[in-house]
Ligand binder design. Sequence first.
Ligand SMILES: [Zn+2]
Length: 348
Amino acid sequence: MITNALTIDVEDYFQLNAFSDVIRYEDWDSFAPRVEGNTFRILDLLDSVTVNQRSEVRGQHSQESDNKRPFGSVTNNKQESDEYKMQSDKSCLTNDSPKATFFVLGWIAERYPQIVKEIHSRGHEVACHGYSHQLIFSQTQEEFREDVKRAKELLEDIIGEKVVGYRAPTYSITDKTFWALGILHELGFKYDSSIFPIKHDVYGWPGSPRFPYVISFNDEKSNLPGISKNINFDKTSYNENNNSIIEVPMATMQVFNKNVPAAGGGYFRLFPYFLTKHLLRGINTKEKKTFVFYLHPWEIDTDIPRIENARVFSRFRTYVNLDKTITRFKLLLSDFKFTSLSEMLFRN
Ligand SMILES: [Zn+2]
């Protein structure tokens, strides 16, 4: 069974770019925090997913609305059931719960170091989401460098280990901000997971590769934005000491030659689960590739305070189907195998 990457962007409900026109950075401390409880819920949920749960009562027909069904009893046909039985038999040998990469915002790490410690002590990867969650388009190169350096050092002080992964706030590395990759490389990051190969009103780089690739800083011709010159990432031949950084895009599917997002977040809440599952399953089975999925702690929280004066579209995008996230997330953990990005990229 292919092991995919699960990623959680650890930030709170008032820090979203969608609300940046009505909530100032200076006022963040005045909001009631929800991030600690929500992150711990996700950690507990991941710990609760054992191989046994994955394999229990496979074969029952299930529907998303069936909330009474025991967690894990998810499959729609016999072939899938057999497939899972085989997989779970194999993975019984390791008996491990899924691992994830948590991209933690520096602002959060500074105020709640216990969250970072807990993520680390439960065997997940701690990675960097910058300090202040500002769009990179709005920063100078020096501001970007200082923001990311501050967050990286904070995280490393808390866990006592190097942090090698980065994700930009609101996926704001695009063809306009590709210079950020060189700075990330200079700061010691081994991989970046910020470029979304789709068309979107805020972010996205349509036409960029859909699967992990290497950006080399040795050869000018292979640098972005001449993105087609970059090479696919292959963990068996990749040399970590090379002058390069790995880019790991979010999951997409190609429909009529267009990349459709299938990676999580708002799309996960908006699309019915069977569609997300179908798209992700296609990446694993038809394309025989891994995918990267993402979620935010606030997305499992139906009680987050609503930002009433925000734009209607921002409110819709943020609050749609919050009550469905947990059920869908459990189904996802049951239907696919996950690990952290570092594990996926660097371990055999
Ligand atoms: Zn974020």
